[in-house]
Structures are given as C-alpha cells and as structure tokens.
Design a protein around this ligand. Structure first.
Ligand SMILES: C[N+](C)(C)CCCC[C@H](N)C(=O)O
Length: 246
C-alpha cells in the first residue's frame, strides 16, 4: 500500500476500476441467474420454496459450478483488461515522460485485439474456468450451509446471518481459488511480456521453480480481506431483491 501510494498517489488504488464496475452487474446476474435456474431444473423448487424444502448440497454444488462455468465467458475479457491496467505501474503521465502503454480500458481492449487478435481478449480464460468452476460450487455450498446452521428450520435467514454467511463464503472460496488466481493473472500478462507458457501446468511449474510453493499464496490476505465485505453485500442484495420482486 505504501509503495503504491508513494509511486502512484491515491489514484493508483483505483487503477482498472471502470471496467469491473461496468461488468460486475452483468457477471453477477449471469452467475446468480444460472445458479438459481440450474437449481430449479435439478430440484423443481423455486427460490421462495427453497427454505421449506432445502436442496441437497450436491445439487447446490452442481448449480454453483454451472453458474461459475458460464459466467467465466462474460468475465474473461473484463478481467484481462483489469489485470493489464493494474499491472501498468508507471506514475501518472508527467510532461516529457513516455505515455503509458494503455491509455484506458477501451484503448487497452483495442490494443489487445490489434496486437494479439480478438482471441487475445480471452487469454487466460481456461485458467479462469479452472479457478471459478469448482470454487463457485464451494461458494454457494458454504453460504447455504452457514445459513442452514444459524437459522431455525424452514425460516428465512436474518439479514445479519446473510451478511456473515455471504462474507465467509467469499473468504472460503477465495482461499481455495487463490493458487489458480495467481496462475491466471500470470497467463493474462504473458501476451504483454512476450513470455510463452505452454499452458496452465507449464505456468504452474515455472512459477514454482522460480519462486517456490509460496507463490500459490500470493494475494491471499488481501483477497480474503476484500472478499468478506464484497460477498456479504452481494448475498444480502441477492436475497433482498428476490424477496421484493419474487
Ligand atoms: C470464485 N472466486 C473465489 C474467484 C470468486 C467468488 C466470489 C465472486 C465475487 N464476485 C467476488 O468478487 O468476490
């Protein structure tokens, strides 16, 4: 934090923010929509009926994995652009200094298309699929399990329960996802640095060779600290919106 602040001022912390904001609504509605509809197909119970007739954790896991798998294809290009902009650590343009490589998200998207082809926008998508498919299954199972543990049978969980269960579900799924998150980000940066990884396994092997096993925990603390508030609010919004509109 201190280094980022000194080098790039307060603005450095907001690098690559506009694209995630534009994409988060789309990505989350695909995730939660596919999750809920898969659960409906598997158990024939709507969201409102699920408290009285809770689905099995296997069904919750399968529905979560399906949602995770589908949302990756919306998330991949936005996530790539975010990673590329966040890794651009030059100080803000000063007179005389060379301009940054990417001037903003749109310029970044256009440059990637020109330099790496339109498929370049999906660089690292396979690693993202491996990261998100099982970990979003775990995310929904953790959430449902925690709600179930702290709510008397058949009742809706209180807002406090939803906030806590959502927050912990975020931490657990990020803890499991962090090793593949590290690999995913390295593969997304590879096109820029002209480093060639032959695939996910090659990227894992070369990262471990150079930096040891600790490389898989990079960013774990910050991911978890961020995960609690973000996912607490996500689940509270999801539950409340469905209650109001359902
Ligand atoms: C699966 N994985 C752990 C990567 C993400 C799970 C939580 C997703 C949420 N939108 C967030 O940004 O925290």
């Amino acid at each position: 934090m201190v280094k980022t602040y000194r080098h790039e001022s307060l603005l450095g912390f907001f690098k690559g923010m506009s694209f995630p904001i534009a994409s988060i609504a789309v990505v989350n509605s695909v995730l939660f929509g596919v999750y809920s509809n898969t659960l409906l197909a598997l158990t024939a119970t709507s969201h409102q009926e699920r408290r009285a007739q809770p689905p099995s954790y296997t069904h919750v896991f399968i529905a979560g994995c399906t949602g995770g798998f589908v949302q990756v294809y919306c998330l991949a290009p936005f996530d790539l652009i975010k990673v590329r902009l966040q890794n651009q650590t030059e100080p803000r343009a000063r007179p005389g200094s060379p301009p940054p490589r990417y001037r903003g998200p749109v310029h970044c998207a256009v440059s990637i298309c020109q330099e790496e082809g339109p498929r370049g926008l999906f660089r690292g998508a396979w690693a993202l699929t491996l990261r998100d498919t099982p970990t979003l299954g775990i995310y929904f199972v953790t959430y449902e399990w925690l709600c179930h543990q702290s709510t008397p049978g058949g009742q809706n969980p209180s807002s406090a329960t939803v906030l806590a269960a959502g927050g912990f579900a975020g931490i657990v799924s990020w803890a499991v996802a962090t090793p593949l998150d590290v690999i995913k980000s390295r593969m997304q940066m590879a096109g820029l640095k002209h480093r060639v990884y032959r695939g996910v396994l090659d990227c894992m092997a070369s990262s471990v060779r150079q930096e040891g096993l600790g490389v898989f925990c990079r960013g774990l603390t910050i991911n978890s600290a961020r995960a609690f508030p973000v996912n607490a609010v996500t689940f509270l919004s999801y539950e409340d919106l469905l209650r109001w509109w359902g």
